[in-house]
Design a protein around this ligand. Structure first.
Ligand SMILES: Nc1ncnc2c1ncn2[C@@H]1O[C@H](COP(=O)(O)OP(=O)(O)O)[C@@H](O)[C@H]1O
Ligand SMILES: [Mg+2]
Length: 244
């Protein structure tokens, strides 16, 4: 069976620095794939290669069995690749509703061309992520946790087949993390495959079907979460020392 998404031998260099080195992985339909690794490991760079925000120096990205390596980001979004950004960039002067309506206007299949319909779609996504009460506020009036949810709602309004989440739980408290975990599970239950970058190990362990670990741009583990987290190389990468 063809994977929904496949990255083959992807490398990305920035001047002298190799941010991602020869990384291959697949994301299957209906799967939640966790992606972890220390700061600077190349996680954000890797999902940027998938969303098209960055081009790989080498390697290929395939979606539904076809190469998309040369396809620009806005067209990948139309194909069904949605993402959130670690550095959140809401349109500050627009309402929460219209921030998400923008996602609906430019989403899968060319999006929802009518503004009124896009707003309807946006409202449903905001309810889905628990921001229904804030639709009329300006986006810059939302606090950190609200902005994380706004990122999710924007990406969901594009009606993606694959959702790439870059640290949507960072800075949240335990209760908020549990709520976001529930949202991501509901997303998967709608048939959307999810790739989640996350630092909170407990959260990623309970959420992921499979776990991928990056370290210095290289994939050092890929497998069942409980086993991967016991892996000596992974423990060493996180603790920065060899276990005795
Ligand atoms: N646009 C860029 N230009 C130069 N270096 C970058 C750029 N983006 C990321 N890097 C570098 O690539 C490495 C991986 O970064 P990143 O993918 O953001 O890691 P992570 O998300 O795992 O923390 C880091 O050393 C970072 O400084
Ligand atoms: Mg990052």
């Amino acid at each position: 069976m063809t994977a929904l998404l496949e990255v083959r031998h992807a490398t990305r260099r920035f001047a002298g620095l190799v941010a991602v080195h020869d990384v291959s992985f697949t994301l299957e339909a209906g799967e939640i794939l966790g992606l972890i690794g220390p700061n600077g490991a190349g996680k954000t760079t890797l999902i940027s290669l998938v969303s098209g925000t960055l081009a790989p120096s080498e390697g290929e990205v395939l979606f539904q069995g076809e190469t998309i390596t040369k396809i620009p980001a806005y067209r990948r979004a139309r194909l069904g690749i949605g993402r959130t950004f670690q550095i959140m960039r809401p349109f500050p002067g627009l309402s929460v509703l219209d921030n998400v309506a923008v996602g609906a206007l430019f989403g899968r299949g060319g999006g929802q061309p009518k503004l009124a319909m896009a707003r309807e779609q946006a409202r449903a996504c905001l309810d889905f992520v628990g921001l229904g009460r804030f639709v009329d506020q300006r986006a810059d009036e939302l606090g950190g946790p609200g902005r994380k949810r706004l990122e999710l709602a924007k990406a969901l309004a594009m009606q993606p087949k694959v959702l790439l989440c870059d640290e949507v739980m960072a800075g949240l408290n335990h209760v908020e993390i549990e709520e976001v975990i529930d949202v991501i599970r509901k997303v998967r239950d709608q048939g959307i495959s999810v790739l989640v970058i996350e630092h909170v190990i407990k959260a990623i362990k309970s959420l992921s079907d499979r776990l991928l670990v990056l370290h210095h741009g290289e994939k050092i583990a890929d497998g069942v979460p409980a086993e991967v987290l016991e892996n000596a190389t992974v423990v060493e990468a996180y603790l920065g020392k060899r276990r005795t």
